[in-house]
Design a protein around this ligand. Structure first.
Ligand SMILES: [Zn+2]
Length: 301
């Protein structure tokens, strides 16, 4: 299932080796996305895992939670390095690179494991089953999440939105400058899911689960070569990656300005998709479907 462009848009990964060797540590510097975050003394850290995954660790110096622990060893190392306790696990969807460490961590910490009810049969260890519009409260961190159903990449995929902090943990649905592949859902489902995320406040931090940004930007540039925001972002991300820094989190505002999959209603995007399909495309769902199919076979030149 490997894309020739080298960008899998998150295939299920069972056999990939731990490859955090791009950094001296298994983490990168944390993010202070707004004043509220600083006031609550919460930090969000990306834990690098496998080839290009980020497991997101949120902590307050004592307690922590992990989003999509694909690899328990990566999480254990980060907890030990900071002397943190693990209070909860959040899961977005059933792919192995997102759930591979759940049972090991659960057995060590005896903690709640939140995940999508619709995928409960595929995710061992869930203790709390979630649906769209549910709320999750993690008392140890004084942190609340709204649950958003975002089917498309998988049928039961959910995202976690912390409104107070302005954080969105969206798994493999929305990526920086791209989106996940449609393994289970339809283009119409994914288009609705992405538009739901696009309506969140512009300053919302987008904490996605993979480092795919450079190849996503190469595709965005091919679709919309006249978009100056894409060119500027390419330079920013190249510089970050040259320093082995993560390109994420992004923001909803940035994604709305340059992510072709959020811009299917734009005339330029529809025109580019139509030229690629060699037919007139206007309906945003048809435009999205064409873009997704184009990206599946895209090779950056
Ligand atoms: Zn996935």
């Amino acid at each position: 299932m490997i894309n020739r462009a080298g960008n899998s848009d998150s295939r299920p990964a069972r056999d990939e080796k731990f490859a955090a060797g791009t950094s001296a540590d298994d983490t990168h510097s944390g993010f202070a996305t707004n004043e509220i975050e600083k006031a609550s003394a919460l930090e969000v850290l990306p834990l690098a895992a496998f080839n290009d995954n980020y497991l997101w660790l949120i902590h307050n110096g004592r307690e922590s939670l992990i989003v999509d622990p694909g690899d328990a060893v990566v999480v254990e190392r980060a907890l030990a390095a900071r002397n943190l306790k693990l209070a909860a696990i959040l899961v977005t969807h059933h792919h192995p690179d997102h759930i591979g460490g759940v049972m090991v961590l659960k057995s060590q910490f005896d903690i709640p494991v939140y995940g999508p009810r619709a995928e409960a049969a595929k995710i061992e260890g869930l203790t709390h089953l979630l649906e769209d519009a549910d709320c999750v409260s993690i008392e140890a961190l004084d942190l609340q999440f709204d649950v958003l159903a975002v089917p498309g990449h998988t049928l039961g995929h959910i995202a976690y939105y912390a409104a107070r902090q302005g954080w969105l943990f969206c798994g493999d649905t929305l990526f920086a400058s791209g989106c996940g592949r449609l393994f289970e859902g339809t283009p119409a489902q994914m288009q609705v899911s992405l538009q739901k995320l696009a309506q969140l406040p512009p300053q919302t931090g987008v904490f996605c689960a993979h480092e795919y940004t450079l190849s996503n930007l190469a595709f965005a540039r091919a679709v919309e070569p006249g978009n100056a925001a894409i060119a500027a972002e390419l330079e920013r991300v190249k510089s970050l990656r040259a320093q082995l820094q993560p390109s994420v989190p992004s923001t909803i505002a940035r994604e709305r300005s340059l992510n072709p999959f959020l811009r299917c209603g734009e005339v330029e995007i529809a025109k580019a998709a139509g030229e690629h399909a060699r037919k007139d495309l206007r309906d945003p769902i048809a435009v999205f479907a064409e873009l997704r199919s184009w990206k599946d076979d895209f090779r950056a030149s």
